[in-house]
Design a protein around this ligand. Structure first.
Ligand code: ZN
Length: 457
């Protein structure tokens, strides 16, 4: 049993003062407002529900800053992808776990309690199988354990090099699995997480319509009766054109017509949708997995946010390429992209509503749904996924509670985060992760080894 005392907290029914929470280890078992702090309570300033980061490829954290130069011809997503494949030639299991631990630590310091790791490297360079098909999944699971972040592990089915069942080539060989190999991998991951805290989950992630076929997709959906299903979709216009040419429909349109897309699904990006697709997806119950920082970095385009939210669509946010792990920046950029597009302000808030509160609370709810995680609000019976911020910070101190989310999203950054609990695990304390020095040292060592291998080629 442990207790947290907060000067104020955003509970499921709004702001309360002098809030005392009781945790039984992983869950919130009691909440008292207008309470008195007791000896032994962990005291914080302002307590919020912590978000779930619904989409990450942790290894890409180490590539940040390596693809920001202009090659001859047009710089595009596809040249970024070429560089990613070069990187993949040299990543070892030890690199993968050290980089994942760094990313998972940074996510928690940014205020995320959990991550959906969309994990697609399964093989050694050249496509050689490891003895254990879940060798690299086990490294991700271990990194979650070492950092205490809540994990929804999403092993990826990636069988083809492009739409139309093209064979894998080059760096893609590290991703490859047949449908049967994938089923064995998912089973093995489910066995591995039995040793993890019970907030750990396993879902599936058919990578994209490019990397699977309609028949394979139908087969893995048929053999997966429950749990989250994530897929990349309609990220780039080239992908939309290729799917249209090969499958005869736009990607989101095709998926909605050919799969039972419901509240188990998270459609990552869904950047390029017609108005009809936007409404249909919003009504499907699926979550839109938006990754505004990565989508901006890769030049993907702007999500149809205004119509999607007006149609009641659910969304959450993800750090995807992890080029800059910042929760406030994801939310801020989602709204700012809409403002620039529509030449208007406060586009994503309902009439009379606060934009910051809308973005934060809806992303909390959508992230929980996408990761099948019992979090997203501070309430009895929910996981103790909590973030404390310092409202006395100069960027927030002028604001009443009703404007704190707006201040957090638009006027501050993640450095106002003081403490983070993930299912009751108090991993960030006074702005530092409890394993920070060890994680940094391991990362520096791994990255030195990895970059020397890349440069020696
Ligand atoms: Zn992604």
């Amino acid at each position: 049993m442990m207790n947290i005392f907060a000067s104020r907290a955003y509970l499921s029914d709004g702001w309360s003062n002098d809030v005392r929470l009781t945790l039984d280890g992983t869950e919130i078992t009691a909440i008292a407002s207008n309470a008195t702090p007791q000896t032994g309570d962990t005291r914080v300033d302002t307590l919020l529900p912590a978000l779930s980061n619904l989409h990450s490829h942790s290894f890409q954290r180490a590539m940040a800053g390596m693809t920001e130069f202009r090659e001859k011809g047009r710089e595009s997503f596809w040249t970024w992808r070429t560089l990613m494949y070069a990187f993949l030639d040299h990543l070892t299991p030890d690199h993968i776990s050290a980089i994942a631990a760094l990313a998972f630590m940074e996510m928690q310091k940014a205020g995320y309690a959990a991550v959906g790791e969309f994990h697609y490297i399964h093989n050694a360079a050249g496509g050689t199988k490891y003895d254990d098909p879940a060798e690299l999944s086990s490294r991700i699971i271990k990194a979650a354990q070492d950092t205490g972040i809540g994990l929804t592990h999403l092993p990826v089915l990636y069988s083809y090099g492009d739409i139309g069942g093209k064979p894998l080539a080059g760096g893609q060989l590290r991703f490859g699995n047949s449908v049967d190999e994938f089923a064995a991998l998912v089973d093995r991951c489910k066995t591995l997480v039995r040793d993890m805290p019970n907030d750990t989950a396993v879902g599936i992630a058919p990578h994209s319509l490019r990397a699977t076929t309609p028949a394979d997709l139908a087969q893995i959906l048929g053999q997966t009766p429950d749990g989250p299903i994530h897929i990349h979709i309609a990220e780039q216009t080239a992908e939309v054109d290729a799917v249209q040419a090969t499958l005869g429909a736009r990607p989101v349109e095709w998926l909605l017509d050919h799969a039972d897309v419901n509240d188990r699904w998270c459609l990552i990006h869904a950047t390029h949708m017609s108005d009809a697709e936007t409404t249909a997806m919003a009504h499907s119950g699926a979550v839109a997995g938006l990754c505004p920082v990565t989508e901006a970095n890769l030049g993907d385009g702007i999500f149809n946010g205004k119509s999607y939210l007006n149609a009641g669509g659910a969304f959450g946010v993800g750090t995807d390429s992890n080029v800059n792990i910042s929760l406030t920046e994801e939310l801020r950029l989602f709204e700012y992209s809409q403002r620039l597009h529509h030449r208007a302000r406060n586009v994503l808030a309902p009439e009379g509503g606060s934009t910051g509160t809308t973005l934060y609370t809806q992303a909390a709810k959508g992230g929980a749904q996408a990761l099948a995680r019992n979090n997203g609000e501070i309430a009895v019976g929910k996981l103790a996924d909590l973030v404390a911020i310092n409202s006395n910070d100069q960027r927030l101190c002028a604001l009443p509670p009703s404007q704190l989310f707006d201040g957090l999203v638009f006027g501050a950054n993640d450095s106002v985060v003081t403490d983070v609990w993930s299912a009751g695990r108090h991993n960030v304390q006074k702005g530092r992760h409890i394993q920070e020095d060890a994680i940094l040292e391991r990362y520096r060592h791994a990255i030195k080894d990895l970059t020397s291998r890349i440069r020696d080629v």
